[in-house]
Structures are given as structure tokens and as C-alpha cells.
Design a protein around this ligand. Structure first.
Ligand code: TXA
Ligand code: MG
Length: 318
């Protein structure tokens, strides 16, 4: 099992030795290694059982530090960086040669993010290199939002888990890049489309659903629990699954027809999207670990963070 603690210098020593350390961020916990060291990065793919065509996000502490491994910033992407970093935004930017091919899966762009988490920012400032870090879960499973989630699933595969408490946002970063001078959102996430458009105007959204995606966060089945999960009108779903022990993931007031004795997790009784995002992955884990056979989920109204939450729920349903 990994050691769980808050010792930045210990985390630093492991990372300098080429080992893996889990890091807290405001979105989800990351499984980090030296982004400039291909051998260290290879350990991430192995630990997660992640296909090597799936590139990693590189985390750094400042725009200045990003300029050390990015070759060019499109002016609109720079505007977004200035408006939202540190924060739940990943930018796809042309990379310098010092970023190994394995980190970007051979792509010419590198995903870059400054996370908004004090402990991880302090760690990044202590290091002479940026950190490659995917979410710290086995490939395809629900992302971790607490140190204990990481310990449970990957604890035997890494040295140290830096414990920064529960992730405040709870959804992965929104991924944005530029094609033909137009900004494109490739993954919905913790920064809403509205927030992005308030700074750079209209952007297009390309959430691929193929089996050969540009970003596996775009894979149709992803973020998935082990139990069958269905999304839609939960009353209809409950009728369809009356022969099974069902559990409900709901948003807003609990419907009266759900009888006592059912397992129910409420993302936000007051319909607060931020609260729902922060609860989403932990609740999915709880339901996955419960004795229910099937998980039935409400979709949220498709606005603000509701869009990203629905995206995760649909992918969890596969
Ligand atoms: O919030 C987050 O983004 C978290 C925390 C730890 O920072 N990280 C995260 O990483 O969600 P991961 O690896 O689970 O998802 C990153 C997504 C992947 O689907 C990957 O394909 C895409 O970002 N990605 C990374 N670099 C890319 C690149 N150069 N081109 C296209 N897609 C890229
Ligand atoms: Mg992930």
C-alpha cells in the first residue's frame, strides 16, 4: 500500500527518483510522474493499464514555466490561460521537443494545465520539471476525488499519495485547443462552456464518440462503474428493472414514489450544479460498492456544469 500524507518534500524525492506519486487537484486526483522522463511516464501507463495512444496532461505552476515546454500560444488560448489558470482548464498547445513522445502519444500538441490546489502548486514549484498526470484510476473506471479512492485502486502501484482532501470541483478539466484558427472544446469538464465563451466568444464542441478518439476521455464507455448503469427517466427505468435490486442517483427533490429502503444518493437536493459535480464520482463509487445490482440515474438540466455531468453519466452508461 502507498503511504498517504501531506509531505511535499517526500513527494518531491519520489518524483525525482522517477517514481509515481498521486497528487490532489481541484478536479480529480492525478497519478503523477516527471513529464520529461519517458521511463517515469511509462510507469503511469503500466499502473493504470492505459493504452499508449492515450496522451497525458502536463501540469505546471505558472504560465512562465509552461513556456519552457510549449512552443507557441494561440492568442485566444493565451486569453483563456490568463482568465482561468490555475483552474479546471487544459489547453492543447504545440510542444517543444523536450516533451517525450510517450507523454503526448506522439501528437504534436501537449495538453497543459495549472491546477488550482495549494499543496500541488507548492510541489510543482519545488520541482525542476512539470508533472504528467492522468486521473489516478484504472483505465476506464470512475475518477478519484479523495486520497482513499486512489489507495483502494492503485495503492499497490505507487509510492506516495499526497492528501489534499476531497477535490473541490470533482469533474475533470475542460479540454480546449485550436484548429484552423477556431477554438474547439474536446472534453466538457469543470469549466463551463459559458465561462469559456464569455472570454473568447463562440467555440465549437467536438465530443468524439468513436472507438478511435482524439482523446480517450471521448471514448463512449468511460468513467464507468462495474455495475450496469442506466440514465434517463428514473421512474421509467425503475419499472423496467423491477426484477432487480436497484439504486438511484438523483438530482433535486426525491420523488415520492421511491419507497423507503431503496439506496438513494442525491447529488444535490437543492439543485446546485457545483455541489452535484463535487459529489458525482464519490457517489457513483458508493453505489458501485453497494449491494444494488443496477444503478439508475437522473440526467440534469443541460446547462452550466449539468452538460459535463450528463456527459460523464452517459459515458458511465456506455
Ligand atoms: O482534470 C484533469 O484533467 C485531470 C487532473 C489530474 O488534471 N486529468 C485527467 O487526465 O483527467 P486524463 O488522462 O484522465 O484525461 C486527459 C484527457 C485524455 O482523454 C487525453 O486523451 C486528453 O486529455 N489529452 C491529453 N493530451 C492530449 C493531446 N495532446 N491531444 C489530445 N488529447 C489529449
Ligand atoms: Mg481519466
Amino acid at each position: 500500500m502507498a503511504t498517504i500524507g501531506t509531505d511535499i518534500l517526500r513527494a518531491k524525492a519520489f518524483l525525482e527518483a522517477g517514481d509515481l506519486v498521486a497528487i490532489p487537484t481541484e478536479t480529480v486526483y492525478g497519478l503523477a510522474a516527471n513529464a520529461l522522463d519517458a521511463q517515469a511516464v511509462a510507469k503511469i501507463f503500466e499502473a493504470k493499464n492505459r493504452p499508449e495512444f492515450d496522451p497525458l496532461i502536463v501540469h505546471t505552476h505558472s504560465l512562465d514555466a509552461a513556456h519552457d515546454f510549449v512552443s507557441d500560444f494561440h492568442p485566444d488560448l493565451l486569453k483563456l490561460a490568463e482568465a482561468f489558470w490555475p483552474g479546471p482548464l487544459t489547453l492543447l498547445l504545440p510542444r517543444q521537443d523536450k516533451i517525450p513522445d510517450l507523454t503526448t502519444s506522439g501528437l504534436s500538441r501537449v495538453g497543459v494545465r495549472i491546477p488550482a490546489h495549494l499543496l500541488t502548486l507548492s510541489l510543482l514549484r519545488e520541482l525542476a520539471f512539470p508533472l504528467a498526470a492522468p486521473s489516478a484510476n484504472p483505465f476506464g473506471y470512475i475518477s478519484p476525488t479523495q486520497a482513499s479512492h486512489v489507495q483502494k485502486q492503485l495503492g499497490n502501484k505507487l509510492s506516495y499519495i499526497l492528501d489534499g482532501g476531497p477535490s473541490e470541483i470533482g469533474l475533470e478539466s475542460t479540454i480546449v485547443g485550436e484548429e484552423n484558427n477556431r477554438l474547439v472544446i474536446y472534453r466538457l469538464g469543470g469549466l463551463s462552456v459559458d465561462d469559456i465563451e464569455s472570454v473568447v466568444g463562440n467555440v465549437s464542441i467536438q465530443l468524439n464518440q468513436s472507438s478511435n478518439p482524439k482523446a480517450p476521455g471521448q471514448l463512449k464507455s468511460h468513467y464507468a462503474p462495474r455495475k450496469p448503469l442506466f440514465v434517463g427517466n428514473i421512474e421509467t427505468l425503475a419499472n423496467q428493472h423491477r426484477d432487480h435490486k436497484v439504486a438511484f442517483l438523483i438530482f433535486g427533490e426525491q420523488p415520492a414514489w421511491i419507497e423507503p429502503g431503496f439506496m438513494v444518493k442525491n447529488l444535490s437536493p437543492t439543485q446546485n450544479y457545483k455541489e452535484a459535480a463535487a459529489n458525482l464520482f464519490a457517489y457513483l463509487r458508493d453505489l458501485d460498492e453497494s449491494d444494488a445490482e443496477v444503478i439508475l440515474c437522473d440526467l440534469l438540466p443541460g446547462m452550466g456544469l449539468g452538460l459535463a455531468i450528463n456527459d460523464r453519466l452517459r459515458r458511465a452508461a456506455g
